[in-house]
Design a protein around this ligand. Sequence first.
Ligand code: ATM
Length: 231
Amino acid sequence: MINVPFFAFEGADGSGKTTLFNGLKALLNDKIYFTREPGGTPVAESIRNVMLDPSLPAMHPITEELLMLSARIEHVNNVVLPKLLAGIPIGSDRCFLSSIVYQGVRGGIGMNEILQDHLRMLGRYLKMTNQDAELEVYSVLPSVIYYLWLPVEESLRRVQGRTSKKMDRLDLEGQKFHKLVHQGYDEAVALLQNNPDFGADKIILIDALQSPEQILAEVHADILRRLELCA
Ligand code: ATM
């Protein structure tokens, strides 16, 4: 058992996830190690570049899944597990929930298939690297996911109104899939909430129609409370 929080931040495009993440980083840099998925290690960042490269053609969803799973194993091995074992809380921009949505729903592989593949490969990873500690798979997955939710029409409106963001491969494809991804998030959240091994209380729903300041204040306060509980 690891009793150190692993926070993750999730939400469909236009939900304000990046603004929230940057705000938390500025406020909690001394208390939490901030990272991202895919990414957080040199190998995982290189995988991210392949995944998002707009000059590449579309990939098969299984290729995407395996890329994301590879980046995640690198991240768990080099960041998540060492930090948690050292007692350092983690804050991650995205997590395996994104794989369930983007590869499972948008890519058509299936939500449960993605979850089972993760449990199998992370289980194998733990068996190989952590024989003594007998950690279970869920201890290297987030202990709390803040899920920013807003109605699909509003998130679409926000994404279409963007002028500054450089479009990556998934953004370019994404406009076609926006509705599917949005619906995928709700379904993936329900899947995890109904999974007793994961636990419904690990997903915190945040009303993303609030102002960025309100969202930041709400999540910041909740994180501080949880950090205190674990201190
Ligand atoms: P950010 O720009 O929010 O870091 O997202 C990177 C992209 O990677 C995001 N694309 N969009 N739109 C979602 C995608 N992604 C996956 O497809 N699977 C995953 O497991 C993760 C973590 C991200």
